[in-house]
Design a protein around this ligand. Structure first.
Ligand code: AHG
Ligand code: MN
Ligand code: MN
Length: 294
C-alpha cells in the first residue's frame, strides 16, 4: 500500500508542501479526541454571523497553533477568524481552511470534516491557482482526500495513524444524486427549475448538512451538491475561499466541475476573504445542466 508521504513524493511535491499536508492530516487524532468535551455551541459568532460551535473554535485554534509552530506557513485564512493571520514571512505556502465543516452535526455524531487549500504566496488567489487541496473526514474511518494537481487520491488512517491509500485517480461518475441547501419554498426560479428537471430525470435527494461529507458521496457516486441563492441570501451560504475553492478544485481534478450556476467559481479572485458564493459542484453533466437552465 502507498502511504500519503510516498504518494506526495511520487507526485513530485516539494518537502514543505508535503509536510504541511501531513501535519494537518496528523491533527485528526487530537481533533477526534476533542469532540467529547466540546459538544456545545459557544457564546460567539464568526465573521459570517454564524454561532460558533465549541469545536469550531477548538479546531481553528489548534490547527493555527500547529501551523504557527511549524514555521512552514506564511499566512492562514480561516472561516473562524475575521483577519488573515500572518505567520512565517519567508515561508513559501499559505493555508486557507474551514477547520470544522458541518459543525451543526457534531451534537448528533454525523460526519464532519476539515477542508484545506494551499497556495504559493498569499491566500487571496483564485481557486484555479491552488497548489493543493484536501479534506479530512471524521467518519467511521478517518480519511484524507487530496489533490496536488495530479488527480485525486483517498487515504485512510490505519491503527498506527498512517494514511494508507484507499483509491487513486478517483473520477466522479455521472451519477444521479443531489443535495441542495436552503429551504425549498425560498428557492429562486432557476434553481427550482433545475431541481425539477433532474428529479424528473430520476435524481435522488441525499443531503446531510455537512458539505464535505455530502461532497465525498458525490465524488464517488456522482451527482451534484448545491447551495443556491435565495432572496435573503443572494450569494447562497458557502464561502468561496474556505469551502468552495478547495472542494471545487478537487471536483475538477476528479473530472467533474464547479459553478455558481453560470460559470466556474475557480476563476474568481476573492475580494473579501469571507465572501460567499452560490455553488454547484459534482458531475460534469449536472453542472452543464444548471448552467444551461435559464
Ligand atoms: P460550517 O459548519 O462550516 O458553518 O458549514 C456548514 C455548511 C455546510 O457544511 C452545509 O452543507 C451547509 O452549511 C448546511 O446548511 P443548511 O443547514 O442551511 O442546509
Ligand atoms: Mn463549512
Ligand atoms: Mn466551519
Amino acid at each position: 500500500m502507498t502511504t500519503l508521504p510516498e504518494y506526495l513524493k511520487n507526485c513530485g511535491v516539494d518537502e514543505d508542501l508535503s509536510a504541511i499536508i501531513s501535519l494537518i492530516g496528523a491533527q485528526a487524532a487530537p481533533i477526534r479526541d476533542a469532540f467529547i468535551s466540546n459538544q456545545n455551541y459557544a457564546d460567539s459568532t464568526n465573521s459570517s454571523g454564524e454561532t460558533q460551535a465549541e469545536m469550531d473554535k477548538w479546531s481553528d485554534e489548534h490547527i493555527t497553533n500547529v501551523l504557527a509552530e511549524s514555521g512552514l506557513v506564511r499566512e492562514v485564512a480561516s472561516e473562524e477568524r475575521e483577519e488573515i493571520v500572518k505567520l512565517s514571512e519567508s515561508a513559501k505556502y499559505s493555508v486557507v481552511m474551514d477547520p470544522l465543516d458541518g459543525s451543526s452535526l457534531i451534537k448528533v455524531n454525523l460526519c464532519v470534516g476539515t477542508i484545506v487549500g494551499i497556495y504559493e504566496g498569499s491566500c487571496m488567489q483564485a481557486g484555479k491557482d491552488l497548489k493543493a487541496a484536501f479534506y479530512v473526514l471524521y467518519g467511521p474511518m478517518t480519511t484524507l482526500t487530496v489533490s496536488v494537481g495530479k488527480g485525486v487520491a483517498i487515504f485512510a488512517q490505519d491503527k498506527d495513524g498512517v494514511y494508507q491509500m484507499l483509491k487513486n485517480n478517483v473520477k466522479i461518475p455521472e451519477g444521479n444524486l443531489y443535495g441542495s441547501g436552503g429551504v425549498r419554498t425560498e428557492w429562486l426560479g432557476k434553481h427550482a427549475k433545475f431541481v425539477n428537471r433532474i428529479e424528473n430525470e430520476g435524481a435522488k435527494n441525499r443531503y446531510s448538512g455537512s458539505f464535505v461529507a455530502d461532497f465525498h458521496q458525490i465524488l464517488q457516486y456522482g451527482g451534484v451538491y448545491a447551495y443556491p441563492p435565495s432572496e435573503k441570501q443572494p450569494n447562497g451560504k458557502l464561502r468561496l475561499v474556505f469551502e468552495v475553492n478547495p472542494i471545487g478544485y478537487l471536483a475538477v481534478q476528479a473530472g467533474g466541475a464547479v459553478s455558481n450556476g453560470t460559470k466556474t467559481t475557480l476563476d474568481i479572485v476573492p475580494e473579501d476573504v469571507h465572501q460567499r458564493t452560490i455553488v454547484y459542484v459534482g458531475s460534469h453533466g449536472m453542472i452543464a445542466k444548471i448552467e444551461a437552465t435559464e
